[in-house]
Design a protein around this ligand. Structure first.
Ligand SMILES: [Zn+2]
Length: 360
């Protein structure tokens, strides 16, 4: 196995749980063989009662459905869940596993401070970046002897969050990786990484979760059964996020309000988005669906709103819609956005509503 794998995919495709489970399987002392053909939607997952500070929600067994999306070399086995090594993994205290992730993400990743590469920083706000101290610690750890005499695994997630100094420090280790260390890296956006880091890794694009896996994942969340299809369409397979339905309800109510306004102007005000970022992301989906409908294609994100989208699409000039989509994409890329939630959301709604106004 190559010593560094870089798995990349958009957010919500499940990179973190898959990388974590792969690490578990590599460190397990009696791994169980696993082939993609074994997978089925109902395959039982091995679960451990966490000891110590282990997180109860820690993903454990890799199911065949999930393994099928990983490169074959990384998905041949899964952790047994019972050996001494697995017990250490469940407790978050395995000495041969080192995780480097931004401090601000620890809660959502289910990490304990003991699993991290560096002590909690002195600053009041948790860092959004992977800091150089974390990578220096990883570099020291990587040349130390394996505690349990097996492979050592370094998990770095997301690589996008490495600051420049940390990326350069990591590069030195990736250039001459210690033989017994398996590096597992996860990235949201490949094009944002240093080319020198990419070139030191074997790359694998993680495809979007298939329908069965997506339904399995959504099934564990509180999504009303009637809306599950709508959520699946809305997130387009990116089900591994805190709220795959974020913005969906707002988008539906926004379209309804626009329809009512068409029937009787000033009849209703437009509902404000949950927040600016979710609002922009939702408008991009609505705009894209409007474009699809204008060109005769079925809507992708809001198929249940076809009649409304069709009526609205007839009221927008394609050129105006294309310009608005460009503008929203630009807004989405802007760092530090938004500055003023209330004001920005208002102007966003105004821009959207003006698309439907008559004239020019
Ligand atoms: Zn085990």
């Amino acid at each position: 196995m190559n010593s560094a794998w870089l798995i990349h995919a958009p957010q919500g495709y499940g990179k973190w749980p898959l990388l974590q489970r792969t690490a578990n399987a590599l460190l397990c002392e009696s791994p169980q063989s696993l082939t993609a053909s074994q997978g089925n939607a109902g395959s039982p997952q091995v679960s451990l009662t966490p000891t110590g500070g282990g997180s109860a929600s820690r993903p454990w067994g890799l199911s065949g459905l999930e393994a099928a999306r990983l490169p074959a070399v990384l998905s041949t086995s899964k952790a047994c869940g019972h050996c001494a090594s697995c017990a250490l993994l469940a407790a978050g205290t395995h000495p041969d596993l080192l995780i480097a992730a931004p401090e601000a993400m620890w809660p959502e990743l289910g990490l304990n401070p003991s699993e991290e590469t560096a002590p909690r920083s002195e600053t009041r706000t948790a860092s959004q970046e992977i800091r150089i101290e974390q990578i220096r610690r990883l570099n020291d750890w990587s040349v130390s002897t394996s505690h349990r005499g097996r492979a050592k695994v370094a998990l770095i997630y997301p690589v996008d969050a490495l600051n420049a100094a940390a990326a350069n420090a990591l590069l030195k280790t990736l250039e001459e990786p210690p033989e017994d260390v398996q590096f597992l890296l996860g990235a949201h956006r490949l094009d944002a990484l240093l080319p020198t880091i990419r070139s030191r890794c074997r790359l694998a694009a993680l495809p979007r979760p298939g329908a069965a896996e997506a339904q399995q994942q959504l099934g564990g969340k509180t999504v009303a059964s009637g809306t599950q299809q709508a959520v699946l369409a809305w997130c387009q397979g990116a089900v591994y996020q805190t709220n795959p339905a974020l913005g969906l309800e707002w988008a539906e109510s926004l379209l309804d309000a626009l329809s009512r306004q068409a029937a009787s102007p000033q009849s209703s005000t437009l509902p404000p988005p949950p927040d600016q970022a979710a609002g922009v992301a939702a408008l991009l989906k609505i705009g894209s669906d409007l474009q699809r409908v204008q060109s005769g294609a079925p809507p992708l994100y809001l198929p249940q709103k076809l009649p409304t989208l069709t009526a609205l699409a007839q009221r927008i000039a394609p050129r105006k819609l294309a310009d608005a989509l460009d503008d929203w994409r630009q807004k989405q890329r802007l760092a530090g956005f938004p500055l003023n939630q209330a004001l920005a959301s208002d102007s966003l709604l105004l821009e959207f509503a003006q698309l439907f106004s008559r004239g020019d």
